[in-house]
Design a protein around this ligand. Structure first.
Ligand code: GDG
Length: 741
């Protein structure tokens, strides 16, 4: 078994130097994070080997590709996906960074929507698939990273149906409203693409919820505890906030080269306080606002002139995208303006570096900074903020953090600012510079403990173990074969007290368009009456129907009835009684909401029962229903949260009822008495409540073969009726009777 890591960029970049090709480590949060934990992942998954698949950072000529491939594979465990410049242009600069990046960072006004960019995105995802299939085997574990490859899980699933495929999104997942801005077929490709994975991971609960909501609203798929059921598979979603290699940063001041860098830097900064600003060049990082805030800080607090400098490191990135060039120009201009306005021969307010610093220098800067401004407008996580706090061995630095970074969720006890509130950021700088050591110690010690526990190892182990454990197979029932039925009948014959628990619609009678017309057939009444004529057979029909309907249809039989999904129970020979006391003061409000939707959906209607309300849409136009129903479900789930009301999808309907209503209640009432044969049948998701309370040896049957807790399934209501008829027609032999006595 092998571990295959897939990301847009390989951890190494191929560079051509005077005609000779060389390999250089790539920069970036993802590469940093993953490289540190390869060993951990391998030992956890039991993988003997690993391969990293991705673009090698440069366009490689056709005649060089084979040799580069071999060298990368043999010496660096890397397997390249070769892309042409045109492909990179439309895929990387186009769809990835001019459509997805701004949208997913909630800066939708920067997004462009070019059909040809999206087609290239699909094409490149296909290329990744092809390349991976050259090396992957079914038992390999595949971990795909980030927004460049969101269609890849689905594409790979087609080629490797049984492989474990994990996907992690490093950037935010935006709200459903933002996803809706993406043209329909593109967003469907993206959402269903991600669902090709077994596990889809996010940094925060908010991103996970946004994803689940988009899947509900745009694909009409529900989830249960974050698991989505799609195309006969179960896909888990989870939250795994990425951590850092804590010791690497915490112990960096003990590193000789870092100490040297620190002394060098101290020579030039002297007694001056240092505020840091370190990011990739990106408009989402909020660099421009931060600079404006520094300007305001100098205006408002002149006592700090000459006593503080802002060290601004901007790492070049995506220069080919217009918005990035524009951001770079704005940054250059503002820095020039501030330095001109406030600076003098002795003091440069902003020390600006547009480059990627080597690790030693970066660590030295982290060590030296009295405060750092991490103020993105949106950021999946933000590792710089974590690395900076980890590097404060003496607890001396202060993190000023945007509430719009994923890292905010974990470090709220530091100074928090809104990235658009220039005034607040300016004040935060003063607070940070004047904070006493005790206060700094308290904050940094708490955060450092946290970062130590939830480090990069924790992240990879958590994601990987959940990927390995994730069982995508649904628990499918077995087909009820003749042989199995024979055995069940044998048990039936030798049993003395027997209980039959039966759902009605879809189980004893086929589902029909008009629920009122689903009267029991003559044959059904005949079978039930025959079965109940033997007093050792106890029949309990549990239906969603009301009492009156059940009385009309079955009142003449000697059987037990339960109406409204278990709310009422009428034992044979007795009167109707409530199984539970319920509150109904929510019904009018929900009824109004459902009616509003029913009026927009021709053919649908609202059924108001005593303890529940159902919106039926069996007779509606399918396309219209598939656009409206997910919204109804979403809205109802939202307005009923924190109440005892439960919203559930039933067959072609949405049911709203108290969560205390449960079809298992009347079953449990009967099971207080001993039975040596228990038989139950149902077809709908609510019937799982019956299967859930059955004793170990019970025979449970689902009508239809979808996922269920039932042991067996039959294809249709006719088959079930035949089985019941079989039970009803069994003539007791002389020996049976003798045995019973
Ligand atoms: C994406 C998401 C998410 C920075 N400057 C230098 C340098 N760096 C290193 C830092 C850090 C990494 O780059 C930047 O990581 P971030 O998390 O801050 O940002 P993105 O690159 O945008 O990363 C982000 C991340 O993925 C992980 O999931 O947190 O939200 O956007 O490790 O140390 N490294 C060196 N010199 C520099 O000048 N050597």
């Amino acid at each position: 078994m092998r571990l295959i890591i897939v990301s847009n960029r390989l951890p190494v970049t191929v560079e051509s130097n005077k005609g000779k090709l060389a390999f250089k480590q790539s920069a970036g949060g993802l590469v940093q994070g993953l490289s540190a934990s390869i060993e951990t992942i391998m030992s956890l998954t039991g993988s003997k080997d690993y391969i990293w698949v991705g673009w090698p950072g440069a366009t490689i000529k056709k005649d060089e590709q084979e040799s580069i491939k071999n060298e990368l594979l043999n010496s660096l465990n890397a397997y390249p996906v070769f892309l042409t410049e045109e492909e990179m242009e439309k895929f990387y600069l186009g769809f990835c960074n001019s459509t997805i990046w701004p949208l997913f960072h909630n800066i939708s006004t920067f997004a462009t929507y070019e059909e040809s960019d999206f087609l290239e995105y699909k094409n490149v995802n296909e290329k990744f698939k092809k390349t991976i299939l050259e090396i992957a085997q079914e038992e390999d574990i595949i971990w795909i990273h980030d927004y460049h490859l969101m269609i890849l899980p689905k594409l790979l699933r087609e080629g490797l149906p049984k492989s474990k495929i994990g996907f992690f999104l490093h950037i935010p997942f935006p709200s459903f409203e933002t996803i809706k801005l993406i043209p329909k077929s593109w967003r469907e490709d993206i959402l269903s693409g991600l669902l090709g994975a077994n596990l889809v991971g996010f940094h925060t609960f908010a991103y996970q919820q946004n994803f689940l909501r988009s899947v509900r609203r745009l694909l009409g798929l529900e989830h249960s505890l974050g698991k989505i059921f799609y195309q006969e598979r179960s896909i888990k979603t989870g939250v795994y906030p990425i951590g850092i290699d804590f010791d690497k940063y915490n112990l960096s001041c003990e590193n000789e080269n870092v100490s040297k860098e620190i002394s060098e830097l101290k020579k030039s900064t002297g007694e001056r306080k240092i505020i840091l600003s370190i990011d990739r060049l990106d408009y989402s990082k909020g660099i421009v606002n931060r600079l404006k805030a520094f300007e305001l800080f100098l205006e408002k607090f002149p006592e700090w002139h000459e006593k503080v400098s802002l060290v601004a490191v901007v790492v070049p990135s995506r220069i080919g995208v217009y918005k990035y060039q524009e951001t770079k120009n704005t940054i250059d201009q503002i820095i020039g303006k501030i330095n001109g306005k406030f600076g003098n021969i002795k003091w440069t307010p902003i020390i600006y570096q547009f480059k990627n610093l080597p690790f030693e220098q970066l660590s030295a800067v982290y060590n030296l900074g009295d405060a750092i401004l991490v103020t993105p407008l949106a950021d999946g996580m933000n590792l710089v903020s974590k690395e900076y706090v980890a590097a404060q061995k003496d607890y001396n630095g202060v993190l000023i953090l945007s509430e719009c970074a994923g890292a905010f969720e974990e470090m709220r006890d530091t100074i928090i600012v809104n990235p658009n509130d220039i005034e607040e950021i300016a004040r935060a700088m003063k607070t940070a510079l004047e904070m006493d050591l005790l206060q700094k110690e308290k904050i940094n010690a708490r955060i450092q403990n946290y970062l130590k526990k939830y480090d990069i190892k924790w992240w990879t182990e958590k994601f990987m173990s959940e990927l390995i454990e994730q069982e995508e197979k649904l628990s499918k029932p077995k087909f009820l074969s003749k042989e199995i039925l024979k055995k069940i009948i044998e048990t039936f014959k030798t049993s003395q007290r027997k209980l039959f628990v039966l759902d009605y619609d879809g189980t004893l009678t086929p589902l029909v368009n008009d629920p009122k017309s689903a009267k029991p057939s003559k044959k059904l009444i005949e079978v039930l009456s025959k079965l109940s004529s033997d007093s050792s057979n106890n029949i309990l029909i549990i239906s969603g129907r009301d009492r009156k309907t059940l009385d009309n249809w079955f009142g003449q039989l000697r059987i037990n009835l339960s109406a409204e999904h278990g709310v009422y129970l009428k034992e044979k020979g007795k009167r109707w009684a409530l199984t539970i006391k319920l509150n109904t003061n929510w019904k009018d409000d929900i009824f109004d909401v459902l009616n509003l939707y029913a009026d927009k959906l021709p053919g649908s209607f609202v059924e108001k029962k005593e303890y529940s309300i159902v919106l039926h849409y069996r007779n509606c136009d399918e396309a219209l229903a598939s656009s409206i129903i997910p919204e109804v479900f979403d809205v109802l789930s939202d307005i009923t949260s924190n109440t005892e009301i439960l919203v559930t999808n039933i067959s072609k309907g949405i049911e709203v009822k108290s969560m205390y209503i449960n079809k298992g209640l009347p079953v449990l009432h009967f099971l207080r008495e001993p039975f040596d044969f228990v038989f139950a049948a149902g077809d709908d998701t609510v019937d799982e409540e019956i299967f859930d309370v059955l004793p170990e040896g019970a025979c449970s049957i689902k009508v239809g073969d979808s996922e269920t807790m039932a042991k067996y399934y039959v294809k249709g209501t006719d088959d079930l009726l035949l089985i019941l008829d079989e039970f009803a027609s069994l003539k007791k032999t002389f020996f049976d009777r003798l045995f019973r006595r």
